[in-house]
Ligand binder design. Structure first.
Ligand SMILES: *[C@@H]1O[C@H](CO)[C@@H](O)[C@H](O)[C@H]1NC(C)=O
Length: 206
C-alpha cells in the first residue's frame, strides 16, 4: 500500500488514466493529498493515509491484530515526539523514523527502526532493530540490533512500541560518545532481529 499509494501520485502527476477500480481508488487517495506543497510532504501524507487504512478494519478483541491496531491508532493520534511512523500493507510491520533530539550527539539525524510483531505479541516482545545506516552508539551493533533490556528479559505486555521507541530515543540522547559496542565484532555478523530472550544485559555497559 505504501508503494502503490506513492506510485499513484506519479500516475496522477503524469495525467495517466487507468480504468480499473483499484487505480481510481488510489487516484482518489492521491487527490486527497494533492494540495500539500512539497513532494516529500505528499509522500509523508500518503504514508499516513496507508497507516490509517489499517484503522478502518474492525478486529474483534482477541484477534491477533486487535492490540496492534489499537497501538497504531494511539500512535497516529498522539505521535511520540521525534517519531514518525510508516506502515505498509502488513499491519504487523512498522517503520519508525527517529529524529535525534536537539542538544544531543544525534541532533537532527534520522534513523529508521524496523518493528516486526511476532505471532505471540504482546506476550513476546516486538522485534525492533535499526535499518542501515545505523546510529553509532555503544548499544547499537552495526547490524542494527539494539542491546536493550526492554526488548528481551524486561519486556512486559503493558509496554507498547511507542514507549519502547521513546526509550530507544532516550538511549540515543544520553550517549556521551558515538562509538560501537565493545563486542560488535562478535555479534554484528548475525542477521538483525533475533530474539533477545537469552541475552545478557550488563546494565549500561553491554
Ligand atoms: C562490527 O562488526 C562487524 C562484524 O564483525 C563488522 O563487519 C563491522 O565492520 C564492524 N563495524 C565497525 C564499524 O567496526
Amino acid at each position: 500500500m505504501l508503494v502503490t499509494a506513492f506510485c499513484s501520485l506519479i500516475a496522477l502527476a503524469c495525467g495517466l488514466q487507468t480504468e480499473d477500480r483499484s487505480s481510481r481508488l488510489l487516484n482518489a487517495a492521491a487527490l486527497r493529498v494533492a494540495n500539500v506543497p512539497s513532494s516529500a510532504a505528499k509522500r509523508r501524507s500518503s504514508v499516513r493515509g496507508a497507516a490509517k487504512d489499517h484503522l478502518r478494519r474492525s478486529f474483534r478483541p482477541g484477534h491477533v491484530n486487535y492490540r496492534i491496531q489499537k497501538e497504531l491508532k494511539d500512535f497516529l493520534t498522539t505521535p511520540p515526539d521525534h517519531c514518525e511512523i510508516a506502515v505498509g500493507s502488513n499491519i504487523r510491520v512498522w517503520i519508525i523514523t527517529l529524529t535525534g533530539v536537539e542538544g544531543t550527539l544525534y541532533e537532527g539525524e534520522k534513523y529508521r527502526l524496523k518493528i516486526v510483531f511476532p505471532p505471540e505479541y504482546p506476550l513476546k516482545p516486538p522485534i525492533i532493530y535499526f535499518l542501515q545506516p545505523t546510529p553509532r552508539h555503544p548499544h547499537v551493533y552495526s547490524n542494527g540490533d539494539i542491546c536493550l533490556n526492554l526488548l528481551g528479559t524486561d519486556w512486559k505486555p503493558t509496554l507498547t512500541v511507542a514507549s519502547v521507541a521513546l526509550s530507544i530515543l532516550s538511549m540515543l540522547s544520553s550517549a556521551k560518545e558515538k562509538k560501537l559496542p565493545l563486542d560488535n565484532a562478535s555479534h554484528a555478523d548475525l542477521k538483525a532481529g533475533g530474539q533477545q530472550h537469552n541475552w545478557m544485559y550488563h546494565d549500561d555497559k553491554c
